[in-house]
Design a protein around this ligand. Structure first.
Ligand code: HEM
Length: 498
């Protein structure tokens, strides 16, 4: 009896899935002139995903074979992958509401159910009004007020690196990645909530950090496979699902407590946290807490990893490292007498460092692609139009290696970002923070943060690495992450008497 019920249910279920996939496959087709990965009935090109486990490596391989625009079918859903700057411009510069939405697939379902609202997962009118609200926390005036916080955490990072060096007694160190990720996490939480969670003295905040890292790791595990295009069966039946729900509830309590303090005027009054900015504009508690989660999620790994790759690449190129350090030393010499804190004006003087960060972002693009789901057709050329329902994947990773925009793309050359060179190429050729109306809202803050972290690091240490471009494998884990820790050798600049 039990078996026959089970058999009947699974037959009906399989039929429904089959029917759904079949209908979907009939509906949307890509223009014929776009080269496609070969397809099989129902599953489309999904079998190709078994050629390797790293999504970005696969996309690079297919691009080599098919060109800077190609199509993939995921169970009948057409995906167009583009890395040609003129096509990136078409999708990213569009302000047409039907070109601004991200596909709401598995992406949100693998996160805690209480965190469904926010800029990152949001779409349509709700996204538009939230972008206006959150935008007020990212104006130049607001960014200036975050500077003492950024300096504070950069100094804390230096003392932590010094402790690690003392423990390692001259041996190479592998802890830079963890230390940079922790620093960028503390910064973003501090700026978002107004609360400093530095140090492990507070059990509540260290539990929060643990829960957050665990949710990041779980979401990465589920988001890196092609199954993201279909309802997340693997997620519904996973053991992680209940865990994520529980941790999400704890994290909400953590944010809620800070919100109560904020409402009672007990928050850090030296600047207006993002939480306060939202509160002042009347965002309801549930939405506000959810947005705090997404801002923290978007703004920690990205900054920590980009800082790590910049230090690694500067360690590979001592001549550029030295030029950055000369610039940093000059700025710090002038800084003396201002609590050793870098000001907004100081940061603007770090021009060569900024060029090196950008060139590092070009070589290793931490967010390799961005997606949109078309709700109105998109014209790429006079006779090339993508229809409603198509997913457009802007593959920034490969746009950054386009030889026309970046001749000899393997070469590390910060001068590519001299003003005259920037002006001579399509501005959509370099888009680490994406571009257009739905670009990274935190891009300017991230650049400011990275410049402060790296300026302090270069001021205090000289960097060498035991690794090379060839043996540091960076794989897609939502952000591009090193497969194993990069090995550094650091020399403290004691002679400066800092
Ligand atoms: C190096 C650091 C960072 C990189 C490389 C980066 C990159 C990106 C990219 C590529 C997007 C997708 C844009 C699109 O779909 O077109 C994005 C979105 C976003 N980022 Fe960042 N990001 C960084 C740091 C930050 C920081 C520090 C914050 C905030 C504290 C932040 C908050 C966001 C938010 C909220 C979105 C969603 C924007 C929207 O949909 O309106 N990011 N970021």
């Amino acid at each position: 009896m039990l078996f026959s019920t089970w058999f009947l249910l699974s037959t009906v279920f399989s039929f429904l899935v089959f029917h759904l996939l079949w209908r979907r496959q009939q509906k949307i087709i890509l223009p014929e002139c776009i080269p496609m990965l070969s397809t099989l009935p129902l599953i489309g090109s999904v079998h190709h995903f078994f050629e390797g486990r790293d999504l970005v490596k696969l996309l690079r391989k297919w691009q080599m074979k098919l060109g800077t625009i190609f199509g993939v079918s995921l169970f009948g859903i057409p995906v167009v992958v583009i890395s040609e700057p003129k096509y990136l411009q078409k999708i990213l510069s569009s302000s047409e509401p039907g070109h601004l939405n991200r596909p709401s697939l598995q992406t949100t379902s693998v996160f805690p159910p209480n965190f469904r609202f926010g800029l990152l997962p949001g779409n349509g009118e709700a996204w538009k009004s939230q972008r206006f609200v959150v935008g007020k926390a990212f104006t130049h005036e607001a960014l200036k007020t975050y500077l003492p916080t950024l300096n504070l955490h950069a100094k804390q990072l230096i003392s932590e690196v010094k402790s690690v060096l003392a423990e390692n007694k001259g041996e190479p160190i592998t802890q830079l990645q963890d230390l940079l990720l922790l620093a960028s996490m503390r910064i973003v939480i501090h700026v978002v909530t107004g609360k400093n969670v530095q140090g492990n003295e507070n059990e509540e905040s260290s539990q929060f950090l643990k829960d957050f890292h665990s949710i990041e790791a779980t979401s990465a595990k589920f988001l890196v496979s092609p199954w993201f295009a279909v309802p997340p069966f693997s997620w519904w039946f996973s053991k992680e699902r209940a865990e994520v729900g529980r941790k999400g509830a704890n994290m909400e309590k953590f944010f809620q407590k800070i919100l109560e303090q904020c409402k009672n005027g007990e928050d850090d009054s030296s600047f207006r946290s993002m939480m306060r900015v939202m509160l002042n504009q009347g965002v309801c508690d549930a939405d506000l807490l959810s947005e705090c989660f997404w801002l923290t999620f978007a703004g920690n790994n990205t900054v920590g990893l980009t800082s790590l790759y910049t230090l690694f690449i500067l360690a590979l190129h001592p001549e550029h490292q030295e030029k950055c350090r000369e610039e940093v030393d000059e700025v710090f010499t002038e800084v003396k007498g201002k609590d050793g804190n870098l000001t907004y004006e100081d940061i603007y003087k770090l021009i060569y460092l900024e060029r090196c960060i950008k060139e590092s972002q070009r070589r290793i693009t931490v967010v390799p692609g961005t997606v949109r789901k078309l709700e109105t057709p998109l014209k790429l050329e006079e006779n090339l139009e993508l229809s409603i329902g198509t997913i457009v994947l802007s593959f920034h990773d490969q746009a950054h290696m386009h030889p026309k925009a970046f001749p000899n793309p393997e070469k590390y050359d910060p001068d590519r970002f001299l003003p005259e060179n920037i002006h001579s190429r399509n501005s959509y050729a370099f888009t680490p923070f994406s571009a257009g109306r739905r670009d990274c809202i935190g891009g300017k803050m991230a650049m400011m943060e990275m410049k402060i972290i790296l300026a302090f690091m270069l001021r205090h240490f000289e960097f060498e690495t035991l690794d090379s471009y060839d043996n540091v494998e960076v794989y897609y884990n939502v952000s591009m992450t090193p497969k194993r820790f990069i090995r550094f050798r650091l020399k403290e600049r004691e002679h400066l008497n800092l």
